[in-house]
Design a protein around this ligand. Structure first.
Ligand SMILES: [Zn+2]
Length: 176
């Protein structure tokens, strides 16, 4: 696994053909550190009225909603990159919670207000400029090796770092 930082990258495109979220298992399971708990967060399937089940067999009545978007296009000075966003870091990236979007998603075809909320979401996210930390992992899929990149963290662009970088570029161009 590799990690890389993109100190200044812009979101070029967020695919919205499919829901950018999934329903996740709320069952508390052991966390990554001893003594901590976290939500199981595996995908749940509806198995009855108000009854959902995940692959681990947990049953719940009220699933969580978590971000899951594949193929967000970013670009920066070095080129273009496609990343996946999964889980809570999406709250920071998109500026809202996945369940807020989920509430309007299913009504967008019949409710103009809901549709407007989705459009506003896209407008708000597209061309947003942030500092990204991304991990990449090679995977083999149908005999082809693919690199899957996913978001670990995003933060506001450091204005100071940006100014220093621009100044360095100017100096280089002018040769002093
Ligand atoms: Zn579960």
């Amino acid at each position: 696994m590799h990690f890389h930082n993109l100190p200044r990258a812009t979101i070029a495109h967020v695919p919205m053909q499919r829901p950018p979220f999934y329903k996740a298992c709320p069952e508390k399971v052991a966390g990554f550190n001893a003594g901590e708990t976290r939500a199981c967060a595996k995908k749940v399937e509806m198995v009855g009225e108000n009854c959902w089940r995940c692959a681990a067999g947990h049953q719940s009545m009220q699933p969580l909603v978590r971000w899951q978007v594949s193929g967000i296009n970013l670009y920066d000075a070095t080129g273009e990159l496609r990343i996946d966003v999964l889980g809570d870091e999406g709250n920071k990236l998109f500026g809202c919670q996945a369940d807020q979007l989920a509430q309007v998603w299913d009504r967008q075809n019949e409710d103009p207000v809901a549709l407007k909320s989705i459009e506003d979401f896209v407008t708000r996210v597209q061309f947003k400029r942030l500092a990204f930390r991304v991990k990449s992992k090679k995977e083999v899929w149908q005999d082809q090796e693919k690199t899957r990149r996913s978001l670990i963290e995003c933060n506001p662009v450091s204005v100071e770092a940006e100014a220093k970088e621009m100044l360095a570029e100017v100096r280089e161009t002018l040769g002093f």
